[in-house]
Design a protein around this ligand. Structure first.
Ligand code: NAG
Ligand code: NAG
Ligand code: NAG
Length: 436
């Protein structure tokens, strides 16, 4: 069966439910809750600790190990400890959306099977006029029928959706300098999830890492705890790590500005597709870097061009199309089953995206064969770049996990830059080991 990763890209609708029975019911249910909430926005686990001295330290950061792979798992997850007392939750890593939410016992009308017991929401509701609530809505003219609560609905491009209410709760965070902090931040209590079976992932929720104000890194930086920088390093061997804050050696990173037109996503300005080191004339590509998608998606023209180059290149090579292999739409078999990409990489040319960073300079994002091919369970080599038109993505291109493997990716929201550098993602930086 074809397995598509979460394309956590398109937040199609986020709305306040007017007069819905569930919103009234939620408010009633939790007004008399008993959970106590920390008084400050950020408070330390040690009483002698002064948060302002911490804030002045340069280079503060948090590193999280991550688990998963492109194939066969199809997603990456990270563990976050949330609530009082803190409990662990597995979250799907998504740079394509902002809101972090957990499947939630409010009670839950529709939740999927979760690795941990459902999150029990705090009684600290985010009010409707809170900037966090406003940031989840496309326009400013949403209604606050229930002024004391903020409902959201997120629809992802792979048909997954979550409906819920925003609460604030405590996140337990280990900073790399050894300090552990409890930080109170907003999250979604998702009590109604809908998804097709193909987009089911065994996780407790989604970790939104996007550019918007609701994302965890934006909330952490608005509390003065970290620079608004997020990054990740996904290994071809599976796993890797993600980080918040200043934790990388910027001299090795290639940078390109974030798009000034698509301010919702981590997208860069228009790129040109490079095939086998040669410019192709397939240009003006808008690319979104999206860890919520395990594969890469090209738009109509780029996909069509890629398929025709590959067919031409593979002509006369000992690879034949394998239509029986339904792992993804296009696979090839050899004389014997393949065990690794190394055995076939000689038949495939590298791809790249060339971003015009300034009038004279270009930043090149290399996509070598390992970053666009997989070996299926049947021993065939398959194309990990899919036809975005079939998802109805219009002109957009998604750079999924597969094409970001073995790269340190950095999204610097303060400087509005996206950066990358080749990296060994198997080595998760330890505490105090600040430079990756
Ligand atoms: C999610 O991460 C946890 C560890 O943090 C790991 O035990 C679990 O297997 C991961 N889930 C998947 C499906 O990879
Ligand atoms: C944070 O650090 C504590 C103590 O050093 C450790 O027990 C815990 O597992 C860490 N939590 C995470 C999420 O890394
Ligand atoms: C991609 O999908 C679109 C829409 O389904 C289709 O018209 C187009 O032919 C596909 N492209 C290729 C190269 O298969």
């Amino acid at each position: 069966m074809m397995k598509i990763g979460r394309v956590g890209l398109l937040v199609l609708t986020v709305l306040i439910l007017n007069c819905s029975a569930s919103s009234a019911w939620f408010g009633n249910k939790h007004k008399s809750g008993k959970t106590s909430i920390l008084p400050g926005e950020a408070s330390s686990s040690s009483s002698s600790f002064s948060s302002s001295s911490f804030l002045r330290r340069p280079g503060s950061s948090i590193v999280f190990p991550i688990h998963g792979n492109v194939y066969p798992v199809g997603f990456y997850n990270v563990t976050l400890n949330i609530g009082q007392p803190p409990r662990p939750y597995f979250l799907d890593l998504d740079t394509g959306s902002d809101l972090t939410w957990l499947q939630c016992d409010a009670p839950c009308s529709r939740c999927s099977e979760t690795p941990h017991p459902l999150y029990r929401p705090s009684n600290d509701l985010v009010p409707c006029d809170d900037p966090l609530c406003a940031s989840l809505h496309h326009t400013n003219d949403y209604n606050c029928d229930y002024p004391d609560q903020c409902h959201y609905e997120i629809d992802y491009a792979d048909q997954y959706s979550s409906l819920g209410v925003l609460v604030k709760d405590v996140y337990l965070l280990n900073f790399t300098n050894g300090i552990q902090l409890k930080v109170r931040m907003g999250l979604g209590c998702g009590y109604d999830q809908l998804f097709p079976a193909s987009s089911y992932h065994p996780v407790d929720g989604v970790l939104g890492l996007g550019r918007g104000r609701a994302s965890l890194i934006s909330q952490l930086s608005s509390q003065g705890l970290l620079r608004n920088v997020v990054g990740h390093c996904l290994s071809t061997h599976g796993g890797g790590y993600m980080f918040f804050g200043d934790v990388y050696d910027s001299s090795r990173v290639t940078w390109t500005p974030m798009s000034s037109t698509d301010i919702k996503h981590y997208s860069a300005e228009a790129a040109e597709l490079v095939f086998g080191g040669k410019a192709t004339g397939v240009g003006n590509l808008l690319a979104i870097f999206d860890t919520g998608s395990s594969y890469t998606y090209f738009n109509f023209h780029a996909y069509q061009a890629l398929i025709s180059w590959l067919k031409k290149e593979l002509h006369g090579k000992p690879l034949r199309e394998a239509p029986d292999d339904q792992t993804v739409p296009l696979c090839w078999h050899g004389k014997r089953p393949f065990r690794s990409i190394q055995e076939v990489r000689k038949y495939f040319k590298p791809l790249a995206l060339s971003f015009a960073t300034s009038r004279r300079a270009k930043s090149v994002f290399e996509i070598p064969p390992e970053a666009y091919l997989i070996i299926s369970n049947y021993g065939n080599v398959c194309l990990g770049i899919l036809n975005g038109s079939e998802l109805g993505m219009g002109d957009l291109n998604l750079i999924g996990d597969i094409s970001m493997l073995d790269k340190l990716m950095v999204y610097d929201n303060d400087k509005q830059l996206i950066g990358w550098s080749p990296a060994n993602c198997d080595r998760v930086p330890k505490s105090r080991d600040v430079s990756i």
